[in-house]
Design a protein around this ligand. Structure first.
Ligand code: BES
Ligand code: ZN
Ligand code: ZN
Length: 517
């Protein structure tokens, strides 16, 4: 009976507070924590002002919180946190986090909204401190921007320990107080989308094979079956489509390739031209016969980051019911050396009939994307965005600061840039000069060479120029995400590991198209 009452109470809590679901047995020994924010006072070095939620909490405790903040040390700096124990009956641990200046806004130099970034960073730090104390349910101050607060909480708490026996405390999160709940929920969905991409990228290549990748995405989309169709195309289909460039990569591996095709129909007028997203899906890149050196080869399990971020964005768009049509394509395979593998100097024929001399089998991403781009044009999309961990040269150029965008469309650039300022997951425009095209169209044996003729110089740009040879659409962008693939400690609200970037920017971009078409 008690169990029944408790379960009912929990169900009611889930309904009214919209916290993530938890089982009744978990509730019995639930340790609750609270994250509250403080801003730096404008023009007054070293003094603070509490957010609305923190001020409400302070008032309920007759000013105890502000008193403790004063006596416990210097004014909380941006991103720093402090924990107070036993000050409130419901919350044994309260983390107070520094949010920096309250009117920071969009920074032209940094190309992001500093306020939003500060909130993500501070909330994530507070949530993690509580997680380390084995607190398993955290209420979070909306800090004046509930979407950013939710993103900070959900991204900050993510940790890949699927395959470890000892796991970190699972923490559920909930908005504290009565601020903008819709914003909080949107933020949680955006962040969960990025976490799905992180999960797929981090997972070892023997777990996430092309088949397992496709099955996982199919499962994630199952709740949205009404608006989504999933096609897992087999090797026979790929052969029928004459995707010779894709097949030249997959044939070195024992794992069968899959061409994953997702259709999300969210637009009220179902005939609306779709946004086409194409993601590189190399589930492991050994380099093939042009074998990579072994140190850090393990990171090439994330060489399906393009496919992961594209598919996770579509899962997120479906969860948000965005009123837009999106088609997602992910050529999935391994790049392996074997007796059947493509050899340097081999010539292969892409779906559009162009011949390619494969001088380096490690430049495989552009080969599988070439065929996917040709196929994608058959849907007459309003815009094409392909996403790929394409070149080490991209990492050399920008590091992890921003995704490189190569595009033939000023309009598309503006949409992507605008979205990235909101998400803080930045993009930076790169050149698509004929200068680079000439370096890939000069091939001894074929129409194209899969590497630039001046070796590694401008490697990210020659790769983009190669892809452009398979594009006829007026609004196309290639996003090279090799530099942002993983995080050490540069993005403070992402732990070390595969980043899932730029999933939130793709979702924000799709949302922009949906709402201002
Ligand atoms: N997957 C790699 C690119 C990469 C490198 C992604 C580091 C993430 C981190 C890609 O397939 C590759 O190997 N590219 C070659 C191209 C070269 C042979 C022209 C590279 O960048 O060295
Ligand atoms: Zn490669
Ligand atoms: Zn690769």
């Amino acid at each position: 009976m008690t169990m029944l009452l408790l379960r009912r109470a929990v169900q009611a809590a889930v309904r009214t507070n919209h916290c993530r679901s938890f089982s009744a047995s978990q509730t019995l020994n639930r340790r609750k924590g609270l994250v509250l924010g403080v801003f730096e006072k404008e023009g007054e070095e070293g003094s603070l002002h509490l957010t609305e939620a923190a001020a409400g909490f302070d008032q309920a405790l007759s000013g105890k919180l502000s008193e403790l903040l004063k006596i416990s040390g210097p004014a909380l700096k941006k991103g720093k946190s402090r924990i107070f124990y036993g000050i409130h009956e419901d919350f044994p641990c309260v983390a107070v986090v520094g949010l920096g200046k309250s009117k920071a806004g969009v920074c032209g130099a940094e190309n992001w909204d500093t306020n939003k970034e500060n909130i993500r960073q501070a909330v994530s730090a507070g949530c993690r401190l509580l997680q380390d104390l084995e607190v398993n349910h955290v209420e979070v101050d909306g800090c004046g921007d509930t979407q950013s607060a939710a993103e900070g909480a959900v991204l900050g708490l993510f940790h890949y320990d699927e395959l470890k026996s000892k796991k970190k405390t699972k923490v559920t999160t909930q908005l504290h107080g009565s601020a903008d709940l819709a914003g909080w929920e949107r933020g949680a969905v955006y962040a969960e989308g990025q976490n799905l991409a992180r999960l797929l990228m981090e997972a070892p290549a023997n777990h996430i094979t092309p088949t397992a990748f496709a099955n996982t995405i199919e499962e994630k989309l199952a709740p949205h079956a009404e608006r989504v169709t999933v096609n897992k195309r087999s090797q026979a289909w790929i052969e029928e489509q004459q995707m010779g460039a894709f097949l030249s990569v997959s044939k070195g591996s024992e794992e069968p390739p899959v061409f994953l095709e997702l259709h999300y129909n969210g637009a009220p007028h179902s005939k609306q031209a779709p946004l086409l997203l194409v993601g590189k899906g190399i589930t492991f890149d050994s380099g093939g016969i042009s074998l990579k050196p072994s140190p850090s080869m393990d990171a090439m399990r994330a060489d399906m980051g393009g496919a992961a971020t594209v598919c996770a964005s579509i899962v997120t768009a479906a969860a948000l019911k965005l009123p837009v049509n999106i088609i997602g394509l992910a050529p999935l395979c391994e790049n392996m050396p074997s007796g059947k593998a493509t050899k340097p100097g081999d010539v292969v024929t892409a779906k559009n009939g162009k011949t390619i001399q494969v001088d380096n089998t490690d430049a495989e991403g552009r080969l599988i994307l070439a065929d996917a781009l040709c196929y994608g044009h058959t849907f007459s999309p309003r815009a094409i965005v392909n996403v790929a961990t394409l070149t080490g040269a991209m990492d050399v150029a920008l590091g992890s600061a921003a995704t490189g965008v190569f595009t033939n469309s000023d309009w598309l650039w503006e949409q992507l840039h605008k979205a990235s300022v909101v998400t803080g997951d930045r993009v930076w425009r790169m050149p698509l000069f004929q200068h680079y095209t000439r370096q890939v169209t000069d091939s001894q044996l074929a129409d194209l060479n899969n590497i630039g003729k001046y070796s590694r110089s401008g490697g990210a740009c020659t790769a983009a120029a190669f892809l452009r040879e398979f594009v006829t659409a007026p609004h196309w962008a290639h996003l090279d995400i090799a530099g942002v693939m993983s995080n050490k400690d540069e993005i403070p609200y992402l732990r070390k590991g595969m980043s899932g970037r730029p999933t939130r920017t793709l979702v924000e971009f799709a949302s922009g198209l949906a709402h201002h078409s």
